[in-house]
Design a protein. Sequence first.
Length: 157
Amino acid sequence: MEKVEWQDAYCIDVDEIDVQHRKLLSIVNEFFDVATGHPADYPIKVGRCLKKLADYTHYHFASEEMLMEQYQFPNIQQHKEEHANFIMQLSAKVPLIASGNQAMGQELYQFLLDWIVNHIAHSDRLWADHVIAIQKSPEEKNRIYRRPGAIPFFTKH
């Protein structure tokens, strides 16, 4: 297991959110350092790191949802459900992680990394494309969005 660094490929071209995604990945990488660090340090540091992650995640999700509302993203409810599901999964894992089980902390790192990178690449890219299209051409808000499976497409009606 290795730490993953920010790549420009993760950018969704909404500057405020790209900055937040960088910060979120930075916090996840702090968690990596705790989860792979000295076992004696783990119980001391894991709680602080989880709190920082939870606080920033709530802030970040609220920022995204505010932009989706502002630009009337048609699938906002589905996106909010993805956020809520992530929080629920994370909350379920926290007691095991906070109990001092460093191996579980390493598993959580992998879960966080997989979820965040995939969420940015797929779900966030979809709403960002919607926002960017409206910023360039306000009549784009009349498009109807459909998402069959994981493949997005837009159709004009």
